[in-house]
Design a protein around this ligand. Sequence first.
Ligand code: ADP
Ligand code: MG
Length: 233
Amino acid sequence: MERREETVVRLDAVRKAYGDVAALDGVTLEIRRGEAVAVMGPSGSGKSTLLNMVAGLDRPTAGTVTVDGEDLTGMREAALARFRRRRIGMVFQFFNLLDDLPALENVALAARLVGVPARKARARALELLDELGVADRSDAYPAVLSGGERQRVGVARALVNGPALLLADEPTGALDSRNGEQVVDLLLELNRKGQTLLLVTHDERLAARCATRLVDFVDGRIERERSEPWSVR
Ligand code: ADP
Ligand code: MG
């Protein structure tokens, strides 16, 4: 049997500088399998930079980033891209769906990109859309979907390859409060089924609703961490 690491994310003294600005200024953080960590903090405090480091979309100026047992710091670009497609699921504020593909194909494409045959990719995509309550929108193009539906499709796409880690950057930022809550409930449900989650949000109430741990960022540093239990969940 495959032995799975209990630590999914480990950042050690990570610093990221853009010119004179230290977007991350010495961040050390560990996320264990099954946790749902919400990162909060004001605009410009380094939240998106953190997610980009964990996703391997950007490299630290100093320090190390290890995700699902792989040290991303020394990886070449092609290996990073492969790693990202297979092991990381990403959910975005503005969904980032491809406008010229129907919902089902948006999801299936992510599986096709890691070599899953077309028929199997579609079957897996449909299963996920069904689980997320939007199977009836499979043939619809993003333009005709509501915001809430688009984000469900975005979550399905993020999950299609069974990622070790689901990253979400302000996933409710473009939704009204009702749809925002539904998306958060969806993330909560996924976490309860075992999905490890790293979420960025402005909204403390939504964070507390779906997270097992809250991490507050200020000026590229962790200011404090809070753990369950809190009254909301
Ligand atoms: P948050 O997501 O918390 O709003 P960011 O991680 O986007 O914060 O940004 C942190 C800081 O790094 C900000 O000062 C921002 O202007 C700067 N920054 C982020 N990305 C870049 C970039 N690609 N080039 C230059 N500066 C950047
Ligand atoms: Mg951001």
